[in-house]
Design a protein. Structure first.
Length: 629
């Protein structure tokens, strides 16, 4: 009987569930698309002829798709849970009436879960069908935007469906579970109440989860001084989710109080602002539900932007600190090495020579160096061990690779060189400098046969003593005349690398945050519209007291604006904290690290959230005024 009632409820009052349906459909669409893309990556990796560079690109794509799915699943669950919780909170009289005519708490809970199951079923069908239809377009878009230049083949849809369908249903049921428990606690007397005063008392679970999140943040902060810079980047991507969950446990108290505080300067000047302030301060569910997606989007997007920007600042500072060569040549001909060797103004022409080796069973890109030349030109030096031992079956590793792999000085690593199995002994740990050399470095004598087959594409050039940089540059350009090679000075090359890295970061952020932004938009507008639809009786009463439609419209804008600004402020604080954490780690051992704040993207996120709040408030007030006229 309760399942039949669930079906009728969804059919007759579909508007409150529309946002959850769209968010869940998008979530299932994303999960299915991501699974298909990862399956296509695995198929491509298994093909013959895939080199280490392409394999690294495929691994990076798989990692990016995984992060995208994780962030989007988090936002989808956030939206669904918030929507169901808000819908239950606005149906107290209806649920109280059911209890009054004999429905048990278990039956009420079953009804709410049945409603979520119906929404999940419809969203699963729509999401899986949409994923199959859009997959070819997604693959084309990735190639068009330059995310990959590999030809990914769309796999059969069955695997994606088998994973996306249960995942989507699980998100819906988990999101509705807490709402169903709250619904079961509604007393029969609620059917007789004209107004419901929302309690702000925190549950035991809210307190425990909130304290666990706070403890996690404190632990990460204390341990951050021991983290490698590249590891803190991963932490900075995941930590905002933990902070958001912790803050939302106290959201029913935090956001009404903060919004009321923000309204204080305006309540004496505007009746609409005073009405909005009073409603926000006496409510709990509405401000928390509206603030949740805004704060989540601002925190996650802002933290990612700042973390990536600060990490790029760190790599650029490493380049400036270590790169001793005043000239960099981007080779456009296989004869560049010979021309540089013959140039009388050149003392060192250090070639960057990555080679492909199978290390620990995985195809890796390994840096082959002439230790003396790399030390003079790229500042290659050991922080532990001795690079003089880097010859023959020897290996140097970066600090980050040492931390990630668990390998250290004196350990051995299995590798396959020229078709033979070789045990490489780790003889040195070098400082991280991802733009100058890789995580794994071997002597050029170990892979001499491979180096003869590949022409280097980049040379770091040090002039002879007594030769000025300008003279050396003019001589090198003359030696390379007729080729497509480029000669850049040190600062110009570093700026180009920095610019390329930031462009790649922006592209990655677009892929990662695009779905999350869609969920936030759905949640913001849906929450405002649901809130407006439940306040028609209140609007009629205010109209009878003499309020004009313009005053009511301004009241809706004030109310949504106060909560939105409060959420953006909290999101800004989270972004600032994560940025400080990243900055603290990346500046620990590098001098003169610049600080580039991505003001334009951050402002775009804030403006988008503000615009959605305004649009939702205007649409909600318009429908409410029409119904309450």
């Amino acid at each position: 009987m309760m399942l039949s009632l669930s079906r009728q409820t969804v059919r007759q009052t579909w508007r409150p569930y529309a946002g959850a349906f769209v968010a869940l459909t998008c979530g299932i669409l994303l999960i299915a698309t991501t699974v298909s893309l990862i399956a296509s990556i695995d198929t491509t990796k298994s093909q013959a002829g895939v080199n280490a560079v392409e394999q690294t690109q495929l691994d990076d794509l798989a990692a990016m798709f995984g992060f995208m799915a994780a962030v989007s699943l988090f936002m989808a669950m956030f939206v669904v849970a918030s929507t169901f919780g808000f819908v239950v909170a606005t149906r107290r009289q209806e649920l109280g009436l059911l209890r009054l005519i004999g429905a048990t708490p278990r039956q009420v809970r079953r009804m709410v879960l049945g409603e979520s199951a119906i929404v999940a079923l419809l969203a699963t069908v729509a999401g899986c069908a949409a994923a199959t239809a859009v997959l070819p377009a997604v693959i084309w878009f990735l190639r068009w935007r330059g995310v990959t230049d590999l030809d990914l083949q769309a796999p059969a849809p069955w695997l994606a469906w088998s994973i996306a369908a249960p995942a989507g249903a699980g998100v819906a049921l988990v999101g509705a579970w807490r709402a169903s428990r709250r619904a079961a606690r509604v007393a029969p007397v609620a059917a007789l109440q004209e107004a419901a005063i929302e309690r702000r008392r925190l549950s035991v679970w809210q307190v425990l989860i909130g304290l666990c999140c706070v403890g996690t943040v404190v632990a990460v902060t204390l341990l951050s001084t021991r983290m490698e810079p590249l590891f803190i980047l991963v932490t900075a991507i995941l930590l905002p989710e933990v902070i958001v969950i912790g803050l939302m446990c106290f959201g029913g108290i935090l956001f009404p109080a903060l919004a009321g505080l923000l309204a204080r300067p305006f309540v004496g000047k505007s009746v609409s602002a005073r009405l909005a302030r009073d409603h926000v301060r006496t409510a709990a569910r509405t401000p928390a539900s509206l603030a949740a997606p805004i704060m989540a989007m601002a925190s996650i997007a802002g933290s990612m932007m700042v973390a990536l920007s600060f990490t790029t600042d760190w790599t650029t500072a490493l380049d400036r600190e270590q790169l001793a060569a005043p000239l960099v040549v981007e080779a456009g001909s296989p004869d560049v090495a010979e021309a540089l060797d013959d140039d009388p103004t050149v003392a060192v022409a250090d070639a960057r020579q990555p080679v492909q080796l199978r290390v620990q069973g995985e195809l890796e890109e390994v840096e082959a160096v002439d230790v003396g030349a790399a030390a003079d030109a790229r500042g290659l030096h050991a922080v532990r061990g001795d690079l003089d031992d880097l010859h023959g079956a020897a290996l140097a590793i970066s600090e980050t690779w040492r931390s990630d792999s668990g390998k250290d000085l004196g350990d051995t690593v299995n590798a396959r060189v020229d078709g033979k199995e070789v045990e490489l002994r780790i003889v040195a740990v070098v400082k991280d400098a991802p733009d100058l050399y890789g995580d794994l470095v071997v002597g050029d004598d170990l892979v001499a046969e491979q180096l003869r087959k590949v022409a280097p594409e980049l040379f770091f050039v040090v002039p002879n003593d007594g030769t000025s940089v300008s003279e050396a540059r003019a001589s090198v350009e003359a030696s390379l005349h007729g080729t497509s090679s480029r000669v850049l000075d040190r600062d110009a090359w570093i700026e180009q690398v920095d610019k390329d890295a930031r462009a790649a970061n922006n592209l990655g952020l677009m892929v990662l945050l695009g779905p999350a932004g869609l969920y936030s938009a759905i949640a913001i507008v849906n929450t405002i519209l649901i809130s407006a639809s439940q306040r028609r009786r209140q609007v009629r009463a205010i109209r009878l007291l003499g309020a004009t439609p313009d005053q009511l419209r301004r009241m809706a804008l004030w109310e949504a604006g106060l909560v939105g600004v409060a959420a953006l402020l909290v999101g800004g604080l989270v972004t600032g904290f994560v940025g400080w954490l990243v900055r603290r780690v990346t500046t620990a051992d590098v001098a003169d690290v610049g600080m580039t704040l991505p003001w334009l993207p951050l402002a775009a996120v804030a403006a988008t959230c503000a615009g959605l709040v305004v649009v939702g408030a205007l649409a909600g007030s318009r429908s409410t005024l029409r119904a309450g006229a």
